[in-house]
Design a protein around this ligand. Structure first.
Ligand code: IVH
Length: 683
């Protein structure tokens, strides 16, 4: 291929990806791959300018025009940013920028919010028009939708015209719930933000709690020569600015003036800038919004003007980008899993690929609608992501399988028992209680680490025994003659003895464990603890209450709604389930325990406390062990941070809960502190 052809191909390729990214909001390649192609083209064009096209993506930014919202021209340049991926590259840019300037510079570091870019035009201080970035010259008019965003002031204290740039985003913590309301249509918070702004009627957009951070302001005539003072002015006018901003200047007088106006931001000498960038990068997962890097900007507006722009980006700013935790791979197979309670989950089996430090070979596909939304088929090349603590997910189809471009058809029947699947809410269910897969899953769950912890009976062994017909139900684990296994390949005496010991040991597990290990819907560890605390400290008491059928008896327990109460009644009056319980009783499992209230409730050291746990711990693995300690001391453990939460227990790699707890001023307890508390309250 000659150079001319190569440039043409790269140009066409990049234009296609711009269209997919900006118009369809459905990129097919990771940002990094796009940037690599972009750099390759820019390099070639520099060497062979005669072949460069006028429409080259290096001369324009991507376009997000679409026909639903009218196009309008921008009156300010809405360009993209030059990118760097390493601290060394950032330091080089800083040194070069400082060396090339005859003025003393200062810098502002901001988070690069991963949302939808917007420009707000104000006339005589009132919001007039909101445009998407579009191709940088023309954007889509989304004013009506922008008006629905509460954080955008419609009227300001200004009297002149001005323009503002900002990023519309959606909080990570609200994403899962909201996405469910959209039938899991959006792959991530960014798509949800961009999609609501550009595709929804404003009446619907108004129901989406979109947020904005504003980060550039254009005031004429200029009232200041400092970008940082523009941020202060935006704040005074009721715009939301991000508090995670750093101001770097070697003039300490200037730093104090800035901190007087914006006390919440960090300020330091220029030599502190790279260290600040590193620290902010580490905080990424603790934020409740997605960022894909940081932006380093020259503060002095006259220097910005003098440096100007290339066709693609300003010369006075740099994006320091994170490696996106995404990867490309191929879907080898799509498996339809059936859980112990019948819920059907499609899972993609992938060619193993490294992502954010770990190898991923499976990813969830949520449900049938999600597969249809992706238009995914077996053999397709896909982009997968692992953001924060969310499990890997297939986000997009990059290329259909050229041999066999199909869309996976969700089965009509349960693949294991052939009964017809039934749809309930967003999911399908196998309602056959005798389904072999459901039975096997129930046994696997019962023996698993967080339940009865029969560690010698892992999933593989249980499936083997199940398929051989050795075990059919949970009680069979206790009646089976494990010596039978000696006849099977791979089962030596030592191994079989270990199995016998751990099965025997599991009989000592406390009642609360047995209760959750039964695997009944709605009966997890905290529900079991609540039942016991509220006087249901034996299975007989629970069964008797269920037989009375009085919802109130259960629903009066704090945290139990009517739904849980009804589920309990259903489970504990079900003859099949009662038969299993009866058999397990005979085997000698614990079906009662002392009421923790043997101590006066008021005596319990953690009485009245509501804890949430995030991250992982050296001394509590699995982390439910930490929850047990809290509950033993009278505390309650819940899954989500709310205004009722009193303590957040934080381990390593915490999720977004930390940020939320900080916002709500909740006591944050790390592992060493927690160990101290446990020692002091030893019970
Ligand atoms: S400054 C000419 N600051 O990143 C000024 N951009 O790749 C250039 N973005 O389109 C933009 N947070 O949508 C700037 N604090 C921030 C930003 C930011 C997010 C986005 C923006 C822009 C893209 C550039």
């Amino acid at each position: 291929m000659d150079i001319k052809e190569k440039i043409e191909n790269l140009t066409a390729e990049l234009l296609k990806h711009q269209y997919l990214y900006y118009v369809k909001t459905a990129p097919e390649i990771p940002d990094k791959e796009y940037d690599r192609l972009f750099d390759e083209l820019a390099e070639l064009e520099k060497k062979y300018p005669e072949y460069a096209s006028d429409n080259s993506p290096t001369k324009r930014v991507g376009s997000d025009l679409d026909n639903t919202f009218p196009e309008k021209e921008h009156s300010i340049p809405v360009l993209s940013l030059e990118k760097e991926y390493t601290i060394a590259g950032l330091e080089k840019w800083l040194a070069k920028t400082i060396a090339n300037s005859d003025k003393t510079l200062s810098f502002v570091v901001e988070e690069k919010i991963d949302g939808a870019s917007i420009v707000l035009y104000y006339k005589a201080g009132k919001l007039d028009t909101a445009l998407t970035r579009g191709n940088g010259l023309v954007g889509n008019d989304v004013t009506e939708n922008a008006r629905t965003i509460k954080q955008i002031p419609l009227v300001t204290g200004e009297t002149a015209d001005f323009a503002i740039r900002g990023e519309i985003f959606f909080n990570k913590s609200e994403f899962v719930t909201f996405n469910a309301a959209f039938e899991n249509k959006f792959a991530n918070p960014r798509n949800l933000a961009a999609g609501s702004l550009r595709n929804l009627k404003s009446s619907i957009a108004a129901k989406v709690p979109l947020k904005i951070f504003t980060y550039e302001g254009y005031f004429t005539p200029p009232f200041t020569n400092d970008h940082i003072m523009i941020l202060a002015k935006l704040k005074e006018n009721g715009f939301t600015i991000n508090k995670n901003v750093g101001f770097f200047s070697d003039d300490s007088g200037m730093r104090s003036r800035v901190n007087e106006k914006l006390p919440e931001i960090f300020s330091g000498a220029i030599s502190e800038l790279p260290g600040y960038v590193k620290r902010r990068m580490e905080q990424r997962d603790n934020l409740d919004y997605e960022i894909d890097g940081l932006v380093i900007k020259i503060n002095e507006l006259d220097v910005r003007d003098a440096l100007g722009y290339t066709a693609h980006h300003p010369r006075w700013a740099l994006a320091f980008k994170f490696e996106a935790p995404t990867a490309q791979t191929r879907v080898k197979e799509i498996q339809v899993q059936v859980g112990r309670n019948g819920r059907v989950t499609p899972v993609a089996l992938l060619e193993p690929v490294k992502i954010a430090g770990s190898t991923v070979s499976r990813a969830t596909l949520h449900n049938q609608e999600y597969i249809e939304m992706l238009e995914l088929g077996i053999g397709d090349s896909v982009g997968i992501s692992k953001r924060g603590d969310i499990i890997p997910a297939v986000e997009e189809v990059l290329e259909k399988d050229p041999e066999n471009p199909t869309i996976f058809k969700f089965p009509r029947e349960c693949p294991f028992c052939k009964s017809i699947l039934e749809k309930d809410g967003g999911h399908h269910f196998c309602k056959n209680r005798a389904c072999p897969e459901r039975l096997a899953r129930a046994i696997i769950y019962f023996a698993s680490k967080d339940q009865m912890d029969i560690d010698t009976l892992g999933e593989k062994t249980i499936v083997f025994m199940f398929e051989k017909g050795f075990i059919k139900t949970i009680p069979d684990l206790y009646s089976f003659n494990y010596d039978e296994l000696l006849k099977e390949e791979g089962f030596k005496e030592k191994k079989v003895n270990n199995i016998k010991t751990s099965v025997e040991n599991s009989k000592k597990k406390p009642f609360r464990k047995v209760l959750t290990a039964l695997g009944f819907d709605g009966l997890g560890a905290s529900a079991a603890a609540d039942l016991i605390k509220n006087g249901f400290n034996s299975i007989d008491k629970i069964i008797a209450a269920a037989a009375r059928g009085n919802v109130e008896e259960f629903s009066r327990i704090g945290g139990f709604g009517e739904i849980t109460a009804n589920l309990l009644i259903k489970h504990f009056t079900d003859p099949q389930r009662l038969a299993v319980i009866e058999e397990l009783k005979k085997v000698g499992l614990n079906f009662a325990e002392e009421m923790p209230a043997m101590r006066e409730a008021g005596d319990m050291p953690f009485n009245g406390q509501v804890w949430v746990i995030t991250g992982s711990f050296d001394n509590f693995q699995p982390r439910s062990k930490a929850a047990e300690e809290i509950e033993r001391r009278g505390g309650k453990v819940t899954g989500a941070v709310s205004s009722g939460t009193t303590h957040l227990l934080v381990g390593s790699a915490p999720g977004s809960k930390l940020q939320k707890a900080q916002q709500l001023n909740i006591a944050i307890i790390d592992e060493p502190h927690f160990l101290e508390m446990l020692k002091e309250t030893c019970i």
